[in-house]
Design a protein. Structure first.
Length: 367
């Protein structure tokens, strides 16, 4: 396929690996902040091909995985109502809440529907004025603009039966929270290219300067990641700490300013709970006062839910890169894609799911 196979060329991959071996003179630890990047690294075995001492740390880059348990339980409470049509992208349906998931609710008769765009949820609301239609709005800065446009569209239509259950999170506050941890081992970051396509990379420049860590805006194909790692190692070896853009074919420094204006109009920054990690200040988005009428949590009065995590699941340690999935006693035994204890095993971008799909076992990956 044109413009895809080119980024999977094995000869170019071998060349980049050879350049990495020539460049690296000591161990370095690099975190990718994107679940899609994690899956490429693991599926292609890139993390195992890197020169000895170059270690990839898998960060909290899976939007499904970091969606807090309380949001999922609120989703279940709303979806179980007989007057509600609950809509979501398909990757959220099997993510476990405290006692059930959306797919199980649908099997028991709840009107839970998979949509491929939040605008589909608006259409359903228009066609079913007698029902309350809710869309589960999760994810990083990548998906937030489309959800903001959906709210603007619903406002123009004056829809009284449409709302969002919002759980958007922001990447830079998560990076700074990781770096502020005294146990942090991260020495450089690969930033998510799709997030930067929206937001640009100016937000990362103060982080690189303050914490003296290189930040490389990186794509998602094997050659993107190998080149991003090489750029990070080159900076580390030279003692530099700058933001560089590997993903030049899709990202510019200022990002998509129109999308940013829409975000600023519809949302405002708020503290947000991250599943397994805790509440991080100014790390999420919520609907601005002008659009509070579209807030499903307020409309259905489910804000008071405060569930507790399964004590056996170490998702928080995995999402922060402190542990690997294979460090978990439940991994592949009591926690599998068919019966997940936590979101990282069921999400298509989860680290546990990536390791399990690649057949990685505890014995092969003893730390």
């Amino acid at each position: 396929m044109k413009y895809l196979d080119e980024y999977r060329d094995p000869a170019l991959a071998r060349d980049l690996l050879a350049r990495l071996r020539r460049t690296a003179t000591r161990p370095w630890r690099i975190m990718e902040v994107c679940g899609g990047q994690t899956h490429t690294l693991v599926r292609q075995g890139i993390d195992e091909l890197l020169p000895a001492g170059i270690r990839m740390i898998h960060g909290p880059g899976c939007p499904v995985c970091v969606t807090p348990l309380e949001t999922l339980d609120r989703a279940m409470a709303i979806a179980a109502r007989p007057d509600v049509t609950f809509t979501s992208f398909g990757d959220m349906l099997r993510v476990p809440g405290s006692t059930t998931d959306l797919l199980a609710l649908r099997a028991r008769g709840a009107d839970v529907r998979v949509v491929y765009s939040p605008m589909e949820a608006v259409r359903i609301a228009v066609e079913n004025p007698d029902r309350q239609v809710v869309f589960l709005a999760v994810g990083f800065e990548t998906t937030a603009p489309a959800n903001a446009m959906t709210v603007l569209h619903a406002a123009r239509l004056r829809l009284a039966n449409f709302s969002l259950l919002v759980s958007h999170v922001l990447v830079p506050p998560a990076m700074t929270a990781l770096l502020d941890d005294t146990d942090c081992e991260v020495e450089a970051f690969l930033a998510a290219g799709h997030v930067c396509a929206v937001m640009g990379w100016t937000e990362y420049e103060p982080i690189a300067e303050r914490y003296r860590v290189p930040v490389i805006v990186t794509g998602f194909e094997p050659l993107d990641l190998l080149e991003g790692i090489l750029m990070a190692v080159t900076q580390l070896e030279e003692g530099r700490h700058e933001v560089e853009n590997q993903y030049a074919r899709a990202v510019r420094r200022t990002g998509n300013t129109e999308a940013q204006h829409v975000l600023a109009r519809v949302f405002r920054t708020t503290s947000r709970a991250w599943r397994g990690i805790g509440t991080l200040p100014a790390s999420g988005l919520e609907l601005a006062p002008d659009y509070a009428a579209f807030d499903a949590a307020r409309r259905f009065d489910v804000s008071a839910l405060h569930p507790t995590e399964d004590p056996e699941c170490i998702a928080g340690a995995i999402l922060t890169g402190a542990r690997l999935p294979t460090d978990c006693d439940a991994y592949g035994v009591r926690c599998t894609p068919r019966s997940p204890l936590g979101a990282p095993m069921v999400s298509s971008e989860g680290t546990c799911a990536a390791f399990h799909a690649a057949g990685r076992t505890n014995q092969e990956h003893t730390r």
